[in-house]
Design a protein. Structure first.
Length: 87
């Protein structure tokens, strides 16, 4: 989005708050009653949007998950699905 003219701030709003507004869901903001997971990053993506990809962890439902932990539920699902296909 930044490559095509949005500022980093506008791109982050589009990916978070505006998406929640479009879907009519309490997503993309940090506010009472909102569904908010937090993705802390090392640098400032408002200055350099590429920094938004420099994720060390995610705070989901109050639990801190490392980047390595994130795919675990999906891997378990794939194993179960592949196991079902073989029987």
């Amino acid at each position: 989005m930044v490559r095509y003219g949005l500022t980093p701030y506008e791109a982050l709003l589009t990916a978070t708050r505006y998406t929640g507004e479009f879907l009519g869901e309490p997503l993309g903001t940090i506010a009472e009653g909102a569904l908010a997971d937090v993705v802390p990053v090392e640098e400032n993506p408002l200055l350099r949007i590429e920094d938004a990809a420099n994720v060390d962890c995610v705070v989901k439902n109050g639990e801190v998950l490392s980047v390595q932990d994130l795919p675990a539920p999906f891997v378990a699902t794939q194993v179960r699905q592949h196991g079902r296909n073989k029987t």
